[in-house]
Design a protein around this ligand. Structure first.
Ligand code: NAP
Length: 403
């Protein structure tokens, strides 16, 4: 059963907005229906509010309509509240595509909160059984999507295979929506370590009915082997109920809180249709798992994320790989600093080279990081040679730059 953080005030706000929407829409919709019913039943009589096809005022009828309206409004509000609480009391079913190192790592925690179904190219049936998850081979992607009531699909494949994976997924999502309705698309979440690329791919290929959450847990099986407490979770609620919610879009919000989506359709920030509230609710339920596990939750645009991580995560992996290429080994006289260097080499090499390549290739800021690192190295060496009194500050054998 999904638990909710006591600190989390998101849900209270949702219940409130849900009741408001239900009450407002219930106020108008039943009024139309009950008016139609009363009109049609009254049409043939001469004391009806219709006379000769022209509506005329009748105080008694109006009063009855108002009472009926109020009764139905309160019934609908109550039904919608019950519907939302049934949805919430049901544990989430979370599908994970890419059941490798990171997919398994998150599956272990997800099983505490809901049902987990994994799929991948390799056969991870035994590992899934140990974790308490169900496993379906990727060759049966259709079965993975169609045979399970997935609320969420987390895509945890390598960065380099992400676009093909999303493209393969799309026909199955469309089929599901054709058979079960437009709201049958699960929330699609990516956990890629590069965010603009993942966002662009999802917006390019996924049907607009599919809600999207872009996320990056800034930790993994090594750094968070003892739990997720205190580790950073970055996320952007990218699209909910067809609305792009990128914080950078907020610049385009006018004083009435209206903004244009990419298709030029005007939306309101406080838009609260039933599907919007249910979509937001599902996102918040999924986010609450990370929050409940103790993560530091950081909402951030994908663009900003990539600017930060090129100079933090990518440079860390780059240094680990460069130092690893030196063939450094532990010695009997290691300093603490050198032990840290060896640890950096070990942790960066325990991630796949695909992951490192993805950080380089799909973060548009990473080449800048490499260039600056190279320049800094040249500057430091030149400083050493100058101090030594050498006029030529170019290292022997390094006359030509590789960049
Ligand atoms: P990875 O090497 O980046 O990805 C391995 C996963 O990708 C496996 O599930 C693998 O499936 C799948 N895969 C690889 N090529 C594929 C292809 N052509 N088609 C379909 N699936 C393919 O290593 P990872 O550490 O598990 O990372 C997975 C994702 O999580 C990445 O996007 C990474 O950026 C993100 N992430 C990782 C960490 C971390 O600490 N490791 C932290 C945060 C986010 P098979 O095993 O079945 O071949």
């Amino acid at each position: 059963m999904l638990r909710y953080s006591k600190k989390n005030s998101r849900f209270g706000a949702f219940i409130f907005s849900f009741v408001i929407v239900a009450a407002v829409s219930a106020f108008f919709l039943p009024a139309v229906n009950s008016t139609a019913t009363m009109l049609s039943s009254n049409t043939p009589q001469s004391d009806s509010i219709y006379e000769g096809g022209v509506p005329t005022a009748n105080a008694g009828d109006l009063e009855k309509l108002k009472q009926e309206e109020a009764r139905l409004a309160s019934m609908l509000a109550s039904i919608r509240q019950q519907k939302l609480s049934v949805l919430r009391s049901r544990p989430l079913t979370i599908g994970i595509i890419g059941f490798g190192r990171f997919g398994q790592f998150i599956a272990q925690s997800f099983t505490k909160y809901g049902n987990v179904v994994g799929t991948s190219r390799s056969d991870y049936t035994d590992i899934a059984n140990e974790i308490g998850a169900k496993y379906v081979p990727l060759s049966n992607l259709e079965g993975f999507v169609m045979d399970h009531e997935l609320d969420v699909i987390v895509v945890a494949v390598s960065i380099v295979s992400f676009e093909d994976t999303i493209k393969d997924l799309v026909p199955h999502l469309k089929k599901k929506m054709q058979l079960k309705g437009k709201d049958a698309c699960p929330l699609i979440v990516d956990v890629l370590s590069v965010k603009e690329h993942a966002r662009d791919i999802m917006l390019k290929h996924l049907p607009e009915e599919c809600d999207i959450l872009s996320s990056h847990p800034m930790f993994g099986p090594d750094s968070a082997r003892n739990g997720w407490q205190g580790h950073t979770f970055v996320y952007e609620r990218t699209r909910i109920d067809k609305m792009l919610l990128d914080p950078s879009e907020m610049n385009r919000v006018d004083s009435d809180a209206n903004f244009l989506d990419t298709k030029g359709v005007t939306h309101n920030l406080h838009e609260n249709s039933e599907s919007h509230i249910e979509g937001m609710d599902r996102v918040e339920r999924f986010l609450s798992i990370w929050e409940e596990e103790g993560c530091k939750m950081i909402p951030m645009s994908c663009k900003e994320h990539d600017e930060f991580t090129a100079n933090s995560q990518f440079i860390t992996h780059l240094m680990g790989r460069i130092l690893g290429a030196q063939g450094l080994q532990a010695t009997p006289v290691d300093t603490k600093g050198f032990q840290n260097v060896l640890r950096l080499i070990e942790t960066t090499h325990s991630d796949s080279f695909d992951l490192f390549f993805g950080l380089y290739k799909y973060n548009r800021n990473s080449m800048d990081t490499i260039v600056k690192l190279k320049e800094s190295m040249d500057q430091i060496i030149a400083k050493l040679l100058q101090k030594e009194g050498k006029s030529d500050t170019t290292l022997p054998g390094a006359k030509q730059s590789c960049l």
